[in-house]
Structures are given as structure tokens and as C-alpha cells.
Design a protein around this ligand. Structure first.
Ligand code: SF4
Length: 382
């Protein structure tokens, strides 16, 4: 055998050993340090799917109570499929990215139409609404041992640092390297554990800011650490564009009730409830109000004020102009529903609108006083 071929084989073997070392070390670390989470104590594809959808763009500590609540309400896919979408959204309230809830509900119906049989391979999972490459790989590997790696922000960061990939990951070349490396490093006998171990390492040790390199099993081999360039990785070629969006609302109030409308099925907050969209921008416009609704509501309003809130979403920077108007009598508008401020639960609201209602004192005099009285009556005696 020519010497060059022999040398190449030795190099390849060294690379293979190196990769094996990474996955063995990672699984050893996971056995001791992996997070004990309820969806890791089951192979039920429904529970695993639910956890993966709930945890997209969401921290584990934030998503965990939602997971438990969802399973308590909808223990099987059949219950979720026949649930009213408003009930699903109500349980989702506060988690953001409400499109996920719509997709989850739709996908549950598809599974039930298929006789309650869940997909198994990643390509089958990809057929369901709301299931992308990452989620399909996670569920197929964790629930069915499919040898497919997960690739998300955590994985990109960890692999870029650990193996020192010097090209932006948001390019075709960068993504090709990440996917290929992720596949080569995967432990084929335990793909589900390996993927979860990698997620845990990224979430708890190799974090975006201030990673705990001193407690990392890979510290002595990590390219980023050895070159003292941890903060530079992962490299990217462009930054995410945050688009400003202003929403103007009329918050109509009458005797402790607020007027809510179901939001359209598209765009942000699809299917949730909102206040009356204000047909003009910004500050209060009494003439416009009188022109539009003054006649239907001849009673004099009891005061108004403008509240402006800022709220950041991942790709949006929201400004909410809330013109609060206390009405002297109920105004009936098509599609609107008057809801008591203490009975908002059945009406899923976007988080900033819900917080605004909960944290604002609308000074409803007798109505608030009677609520306070009711609460004090319910308080146990000391
Ligand atoms: S040594 Fe530091 S940068 Fe490298 S993989 Fe570990 S935590 Fe990440």
C-alpha cells in the first residue's frame, strides 16, 4: 500500500476517534448533568411533540408550566383535536408566537383523521402543519430513535465554538458545514439522548453570554476557548432586522367591563382578542369619535386618556397607542363583546394587552370597591 494512502487512513481514523470522543464525553456529561424534565420520562410522541412545539423560542422554565397545563387539559391528541381553538389559545396565552397554537391544533386534527397514528420519520413529521426541520428531527430522534441531528441556534453556537468554524453560519457554506458536522458527530445508537445532551449543553454551559468554560468537559480541546475567541462565535453575516409596528386602539370601558374583538386569522396575534382598532393614529380625536360612534352613544364619556406602551417581539418593535375611554353607557358594535375585567380568562389576549388591563387602575369606583369587598370576604380569617 502506498505510504500516502496509509497516512490518509490514519488521519481519517484520528478524526473519527476525535468525533467519537466528543459524543462519548457529551453523553457522559449528560448522564450526570442533564436536566430532569417531564417530557424526558416518556416515549409518548404526543408529549414529546407538545414539548418541542411549546419550547420553540421559549425558555424551559417559562414553557414548563404551559406543558403541564396542556397535558392536564388535553392528555391525548384526541382531546386536543376536538378542543375549541379559543380554549387552546387561552392555555397558550402569554407564550407568544400564537401561530404555533393554531398549527398544533390543526396538526392534532390531522393525526386523529389518520386514526390517531403519529408519524415516525422526520419526513413524515414534516407533513404536519407547524413542524419544521428542527422539530421533526427532535421528535423522530427522541421518540423513535431516528439517527438525525437537530440543528438550532444552540447547536450552531456550540459546534461553531467547539470546533472553530470560521465562516458565517447564515451562508450556504456555513449551514452546510453545520449540518454535515452535526450529522458526523451524532451518536447513532442513542440519537435522542445525544440531541438532548447537545441542547442542554447549549442551554446551560455553552450559553450565548458568559459560557461556563471552566466547567465544560471540552474546555481543553475547544477551539474557541484555546484561541480566547469564545465571544466571537458563532459568526454571522447579517443582523436580524427588527421592523417597527404601531397599533392604535380604543380601549372602551363601561362599569368595569372592556370591549374586546376577535382578531383576524392572519398576522401577529392571529385569532386572539384585542381592543377596538382605532381608525386614526395616535392621540385622542373627539371629532373623529363623534363622527364614527358619537350618535350611537349619546351619553357623555366620563373621561379619556392616552397610554403609550412599547413591546419587543423577536422581529417587531411594537408601539401601542391605547386611547382609554370610559363610556357613560354601553356601545354595541358588531363583533364586539363586553367582558368584565375580572372575567378575562376565557378571552385569550396578547400578553401586553392583558398586562395593561391587569395593571391599570381604571378608577371604577364602586365596581372596583365591590370587587375588593368580595376579595376581602373570601380571604381566610387569621
Ligand atoms: S469550552 Fe466554552 S466555548 Fe468551548 S464548548 Fe465548552 S462552554 Fe462552549
Amino acid at each position: 500500500m502506498p505510504r500516502g494512502v496509509d497516512a490518509n487512513q490514519k488521519t481519517e481514523q484520528r478524526v473519527l476517534n476525535y468525533k467519537k470522543l466528543w459524543s462519548n464525553n457529551l453523553l457522559d456529561w449528560y448522564a450526570v448533568n442533564g436536566r430532569d424534565l417531564p417530557w424526558r420520562r416518556t416515549r409518548d410522541p404526543y408529549a414529546i411533540w407538545l414539548s418541542e412545539v411549546l419550547l420553540q423560542q421559549t425558555r424551559v422554565d417559562q414553557g414548563l408550566p404551559y406543558y403541564l397545563r396542556f397535558l392536564a387539559h388535553f392528555p391525548r391528541v384526541q382531546e386536543l383535536a376536538k378542543a375549541d381553538i379559543q380554549d387552546v389559545l387561552r392555555l397558550w396565552q402569554g407564550l407568544g408566537y400564537y401561530r404555533r397554537a393554531h398549527h398544533l391544533h390543526l396538526a392534532a386534527k390531522r393525526v386523529v383523521e389518520n386514526g390517531g397514528v403519529f408519524p415516525q420519520s422526520p419526513s413524515e413529521w414534516l407533513q404536519l402543519p407547524g413542524v419544521g426541520t428542527y422539530t421533526s428531527a427532535a421528535i423522530a430522534s427522541i421518540a423513535f430513535d431516528y439517527p438525525v441531528p437537530v440543528v438550532d441556534g444552540n447547536v450552531i453556537r456550540v459546534l461553531s465554538r467547539a470546533f472553530g468554524f470560521d465562516a458565517p453560519y447564515d451562508t450556504a457554506e456555513g449551514m452546510h458545514w453545520i449540518r454535515q458536522t452535526a450529522q458526523e458527530l451524532l451518536d447513532l445508537k442513542r440519537p435522542g439522548d445525544y440531541n438532548q445532551a447537545l441542547m442542554d449543553l447549549g442551554a446551560t454551559v455553552c450559553t450565548p453570554q458568559k459560557p461556563s468554560c471552566s466547567s465544560c468537559f471540552w474546555q481543553k480541546k475547544c477551539v474557541a476557548h484555546l484561541q480566547n475567541r469564545v465571544g466571537e462565535w458563532p459568526l454571522r453575516s447579517k443582523t436580524t432586522k427588527v421592523v417597527p409596528l404601531t397599533l392604535d386602539y380604543l380601549v372602551l370601558l363601561h362599569r368595569g367591563k372592556v370591549l374586546l374583538f376577535p382578531r383576524q386569522e392572519q398576522g401577529i396575534w392571529a385569532g386572539l382578542y384585542e381592543f377596538l382598532p382605532q381608525p386614526w393614529a395616535g392621540a385622542w380625536d373627539g371629532a373623529a369619535w363623534d363622527r364614527l360612534w358619537g350618535l350611537e352613544n349619546p351619553s357623555k364619556d366620563l373621561g379619556h386618556r392616552l397610554v403609550t406602551l412599547k413591546h419587543a417581539l423577536s422581529h417587531r418593535s411594537l408601539t401601542l397607542n391605547l386611547n382609554c375611554l370610559r363610556l357613560g353607557r354601553i356601545l354595541h358594535l358588531e363583533g364586539g363583546v363586553w367582558v368584565h375585567l375580572h372575567d378575562l380568562d376565557p378571552y385569550p389576549l396578547p400578553q401586553p394587552l392583558l398586562l395593561f388591563l391587569k395593571q391599570t387602575d381604571f378608577n371604577y369606583g364602586r365596581t372596583q370597591q365591590s370587587h375588593a369587598d368580595r376579595q376581602s370576604r373570601q380571604r381566610p380569617r387569621s
